[in-house]
Design a protein around this ligand. Structure first.
Ligand code: GDP
Length: 182
């Protein structure tokens, strides 16, 4: 079955986004405590595809050993799943482009991992400030990749972007299914 994965810095709003998309509160545990999701969690959706919650990156107080374990687990997952249709990389829309996000996206590009961007917490800033940050980030993407990736601006608080994201996922899953049924 198709898998769609979600990843981002810890505290970026990944659990909240997953809960918004599934409509299930507490499916993915939201928490103030960074780095809580340590394992890869699969949630079956509509008896049809898997939403995959990947452990976050970028938490400060993590040992080198743990970081390396994370890298191995994530790169194994992202590069070896033929049923992985897309990875949503979550970016906090309040922040200037962060080195760690850019590095991760660079790696995805190099590995041919199909990703799209989700700018989270859009309710936290004014629309003009959010737009400015998003534009800035996409400009960086264009510098790196020569093109602007698919992207979504969301707020789990206000359900912003839910429909757009849901139809995009639906397209990815449908495409996978049409290529994998006989
Ligand atoms: P995770 O660590 O990436 O899974 O992040 P969480 O979903 O646990 O969210 C981290 C914090 O940000 C929590 O306090 C959430 O309530 C808050 N948060 C997440 N998404 C939003 C959002 O869209 N708007 C606002 N205002 N707060 C959010």
């Amino acid at each position: 079955r198709a898998e769609i994965a979600f990843i981002g810095r810890s505290n970026v709003g990944k659990s909240s986004l997953i809960n918004m998309l599934t409509g299930v509160k507490e499916l993915a545990k939201t928490s103030q405590k960074p780095g809580k999701t340590q394992l890869i969690n699969h949630f079956m959706i509509d008896n049809r595809w898997y939403m995959v919650d990947l452990p976050g990156y970028g938490f400060a107080k993590v040992s080198k050993d743990k970081k390396e374990k994370w890298e191995v687990m994530i790169s194994e997952y992202l590069t070896k799943r033929s049923n992985l249709c897309g990875v949503f990389v979550l970016i906090d829309s309040r922040l200037e482009p962060q080195k760690i996000d850019l590095e991760f996206l660079h790696w995805c590009g190099d590995q041919g991992v199909p990703f799209a961007l989700v700018f989270t917490k859009a309710d936290k800033l004014s629309k003009s400030q959010t737009d400015k940050n998003v534009k800035g980030f996409l400009g960086k993407m264009e510098d790196i990749f020569g093109e602007i990736p698919d992207h979504f601006v969301t707020s789990s608080e206000k359900s912003t972007g839910k429909d757009e994201l849901t139809s995009f996922i639906e397209e990815l899953v449908a495409e996978y299914e049409s290529e994998n049924t006989n």
